[in-house]
Ligand binder design. Structure first.
Ligand SMILES: C[S@@+](CC[C@H](N)C(=O)[O-])C[C@H]1O[C@@H](n2cnc3c(N)ncnc32)[C@H](O)[C@@H]1O
Length: 213
């Protein structure tokens, strides 16, 4: 979605909020009716759960997910996003946290510049609902995962409540959101991407998902 490529204000407001856990949790509750503690716990846990391997973070935004990483480790982490504004924020964020080994790539999730099976873990936090074609995005993420590799993330979904669905419509009209499906749509899309061991849990209008190639 081209809007994200140029959306400086949206990028700033979103990233400012999600980067500050207390603000992100309030926003998650007020806007999406969801408890985002689990999202923050997931990214804190990366520090202890990573045992090396190649990780692709798509779309990385301002780099909220990698801030939990140890400064050095056996892992190779690639942070990919369409927006140069977000990537600038992500680079600054990495510098602040002393993370020198992250690779930054500007590309679209629908054409990932990687060979098949090159990653062990793909993280996708709050990106899917921004993509115009989430099925194509999931299929690309599945393609670059090795057999047995894992995809985990979060996305806004429809069906969380009238208020949340109204906000989704507004964001869609503003061009900030793409094709936002329900949690059930997400499960079928993960399966259609060739992934298994699918878990999708909805809390308000936020789905926490994981799957394995
Ligand atoms: C809501 S932000 C989420 C960022 C980050 N994962 C987080 O949790 O803070 C959505 C991101 O998707 C990116 N994006 C939108 N369309 C994209 C596309 N086609 N390919 C890659 N990134 C895209 C935007 O630039 C933005 O950084």
């Amino acid at each position: 979605m081209d809007d994200w490529r140029h959306a400086r204000l949206t990028a700033f407001v979103y990233d400012f909020g999600i980067e500050r856990e207390w603000l992100g949790r309030i926003g998650g509750r007020l806007v999406w009716g969801a408890d985002l503690s689990r999202f923050y716990r997931d990214i804190h846990d990366l520090r202890t759960r990573l045992e090396g391997g190649r990780i692709l973070d798509v779309a990385c935004g301002g780099g909220t997910a990698f801030r939990g990483l140890p400064e050095e480790g056996p892992h190779r982490y690639v942070a990919l996003d369409l927006s140069p504004v977000m990537l600038r924020r992500a680079r600054a964020n990495a510098r602040r946290h002393g993370l020198r080994d992250i690779g930054f790539v500007q590309a679209s999730v629908t054409a990932l510049p990687y060979r098949q099976g090159g990653f062990d873990l793909c993280l996708s936090y709050f990106g899917l609902h921004c993509f115009p074609d989430p099925q194509a995005a999931l299929t690309e993420m599945a393609r670059v995962l090795r057999p047995g590799g894992r995809l985990q993330g979060t996305t806004v979904v429809s069906g969380g409540g009238l208020r949340q669905d109204t906000v989704i419509s507004l964001f869609r009209r503003g061009g900030v959101f793409g094709d936002v499906g329900s949690a059930e749509n997400l499960s079928s899309r993960l399966a259609a991407a060739g992934l298994g061991e699918i878990s999708v849990e909805r809390d308000g209008a936020v789905a926490f998902f994981s799957a394995r190639r």
